[in-house]
Design a protein around this ligand. Structure first.
Ligand SMILES: *Cc1c(COP(=O)(O)O)cnc(C)c1O
Length: 430
């Protein structure tokens, strides 16, 4: 158990006053928060503030009970009978239907399974197959690495395909010409949190005959997404981030109902077959989005995710998205009032409408700073070369947590606790 954070060590009078005012404001905001009660649904260590829920969301309490049931009743007792009896077989679609309202998708349009990386492969390959006369994939050069690594792998695998990596925004729209089969990009950028203009990019792609493949990893459960209404073609996303599915929880995949009858993905495993238990020789894809399932679903992690997703049906999404924006704005404002003397600079959009639910700060000794903060129970992460990133999952982060986190950040920088040797060792994971 972490001990509670010590009181602020701020000595500069203006800084101390800013923290005092922020504590009072946070208290009032938390009291008025219509989502405040949702926090109780999570199993949280009160000494730890999870400002990395955009990387690994906290655990809903109900998951522990569900896992107990899945392990002891469904698996140990039920054995193979649970494939039908406990709905294991349909779990990819059941979980998908719970995600659908969060991304502007309809029932029967989303399926869960495999990782985001694997689903990117399926969707890009399906898009290439739908545009056989076009052989260019447009990608965001600074997208999360796996998106571009998968695109590179696909370009090596499929003869004639080339990758056109461009800057985001206008450059990306200008890169879409008649040779482009698909555009692959993130909706909310993993570093800056900048939100792409989904309707504009879908329009530009649609007008030139190209398809869009959206990565919603940092969007789902954090900002409004309207895949159907904005004319998107394909989408994938992580579920262990704002959806709290647990480490390595399977990803989701959405295919526009316009394309479903024609969309074919090459990982044509038996679980995406029209009738897997006919044990036919030839592959016939299932009717709906089930055809994007490959092999046997990961029932343990899928069950944990399914339980986490139940929470969302009770959430007022506009209140949630509003709170996300307020939390990030509150954080930015407090950092700027108290920490700029240490050379910190906000590297996320200032306009909350153009920003996802995390904030990245440029910070010279970012990695040891993040480690020193973690030792104090404030969890953020480091993104090379100099970014310290903090996510604000509005289901369980309070305004008071923002103040405590910035106080800890200020203290770390003021007393240079990041300078200790233990925070400056090399590790594989940052
Ligand atoms: C987190 C994240 C991923 C992760 O992909 P995995 O296959 O789950 O490792 C992919 N893309 C983006 C944009 C992400 O933010």
């Amino acid at each position: 158990m972490m001990s509670p954070l010590p009181a602020s060590s701020a000595t500069v009078p203006g800084v101390e006053a800013a923290f005092r005012a922020a504590r009072a404001e946070a208290e009032a905001r938390d009291r008025a928060d219509p989502l405040g009660h949702v926090r109780e649904r999570f199993l949280l260590n009160e000494g730890t503030i999870n400002l990395d829920g955009n990387s690994l969301g906290s655990m809903p309490r109900a998951v522990a009970e569900r896992m107990e049931r899945v392990l002891k009743q469904e698996w140990a007792d039920g054995l193979i009978r649970s494939w039908g009896g406990a709905e294991w077989f349909r779990l990819p679609e059941i979980a998908g239907d719970r995600i659908a309202p969060l991304i502007g998708a309809g029932q029967g349009e989303v399926v869960v399974g495999d990782s985001t990386s694997v689903n990117l492969f399926k969707c890009m390959a399906a898009a290439l197959a739908m545009r056989p006369e076009r052989r260019v994939l447009v990608a965001q050069a600074d997208n999360f690495p796996t998106d571009n690594y998968i695109a590179q792998g696909l370009a090596e695998l499929v003869p004639g395909v080339t990758l056109r990596a461009v800057d985001t925004g206008q450059a990306l729209i200008e890169a879409i010409d008649s040779s482009v089969a698909a555009v692959v990009l993130s909706h909310v950028h993993y570093r800056s949190a900048a939100i792409e203009d989904m309707p504009a990019i879908n329009r530009a792609a649609g007008a030139s005959g190209a398809l869009t493949v959206w990565d919603l990893s940092h969007s789902t459960g954090a900002v409004p997404v309207d895949l159907g209404g904005s004319g998107a073609d394909f989408a994938v996303g992580c579920t262990y981030k704002y959806l709290n599915g647990g480490p390595g929880a399977p990803a989701f995949c959405w295919v526009s109902p316009r394309h479903l009858p024609n969309a074919r993905q090459p990982l044509s495993g038996w679980m995406g077959h029209q009738s897997p238990f006919a044990f036919d020789y030839g592959y016939r894809p299932a009717e709906g989005v089930r055809r994007f399932v490959c092999g046997t679903p990961q029932i343990l992690s899928l069950s944990a995710l399914d339980e986490s997703l139940k929470l969302w049906s009770e959430i007022d999404l506009s209140a949630l998205f509003g709170k996300s924006r307020e939390l990030t704005s509150f954080f930015i404002s407090l950092v700027e009032q108290t920490c700029t003397e240490f050379g910190l600079a906000v590297d996320s959009p200032r306009d909350p409408e153009k920003r996802g639910s995390h904030v990245i700060l440029r910070c010279k000794h970012g990695l040891p700073v993040i480690r020193a903060l973690a030792a104090e129970g404030v969890i953020g992460d480091f993104r090379a070369p100099d970014g310290i990133r903090f996510g604000f999952a509005a289901l369980y982060v309070r305004f008071a947590d923002v103040v405590r986190a910035v106080e800890a950040l200020h203290r770390t920088l003021a007393i240079r606790s990041w300078n200790r040797e233990e925070f400056n060792q090399e590790t594989v994971v940052t």
